[in-house]
Design a protein around this ligand. Sequence first.
Ligand code: ADP
Ligand code: MG
Length: 301
Amino acid sequence: MIECAQLTKRYGRRERRALDSVTFSVRSRGIFVLIGRNGSGKTTMVRILSTELEPTSGSASIDGVDVVTSPTDVRERIAIVPQEAKTVSWMTPMQTASSYLLWRGFSRAEAKARSLASLEKLGMGNSADSLNRTLSGGMKRKVLVATVLASEADVLFLDEPTTGLDPISRREFWSILRETAKERFVFLTTHYLEEAEALADDIGILDRGRLIRIGTLQSLRKSIDYDFSLRIPKDQAVSLPRLRNGELFDGSEDTHILTVEDEAYEISRALAKEGRRFTINPVSLEDIFFYLIVKEGEQTG
Ligand SMILES: Nc1ncnc2c1ncn2[C@@H]1O[C@H](COP(=O)(O)OP(=O)(O)O)[C@@H](O)[C@H]1O
Ligand SMILES: [Mg+2]
């Protein structure tokens, strides 16, 4: 379990809280994805859990080990790829991974063998001895992930590992992460909602330092009362239906309706009859996120 109780972080006396009394517990199995806009506190959370940063108040533990009072014990169980991590340009992937393992206490032989196995697993066997600076952005990112995978840590923190990757590399990453999560716990942050939807066993939503929801995609769906999302392009929306159950958001490109099944069908039928273009889908994580953030914004200003 990862457990946090009233976890709060304020970087300076005058700063607002980067984390504001965050309390939750989540099983440490599979993939946990923390989502939130830029500045919502994801990195702060990862830095505290990985013992790099102390909270201003509150507590946190990983599998029962307190991150503030027993940081050394925590560090043995975890490995992290920080958001800003870069490979050293004049080192090779092999040197990158094996030096990290030496630092973690493996023998030279073990470090080499584990590093090679990990690089091969990520399809980098052939570039193990190239200089990092000759690799593409996606490959460099893979080197960092191969490095933590080569360790014995059974909890891995990856802070926005796919930001800036092209769609193909991102999907490659997803399958690596799924494989990894069969044996270890992956704590991932992202602002790509389709990534969270594709990978997460559990999802936490951070907004302005507060954890506004946590649970499976299934349970997040249930928490918003609506089942379907309709999008009607602006040029198609003439006479919009009056909603009985749902909510309507007037976007710049389309009119977005979240509603219950019956009403979704009614509206679709009416639109189809008029020959209008529209899309209808089961509520996605993006719909849930959007809805919750707008609602929270209305409530707290
Ligand atoms: N070292 C720091 N000093 C001061 N403020 C910081 C520092 N790091 C982050 N912050 C602030 O804390 C908030 C949360 O940031 P962060 O945890 O990096 O969010 P995210 O990773 O979700 O983008 C932001 O308002 C950010 O500006
Ligand atoms: Mg961040």
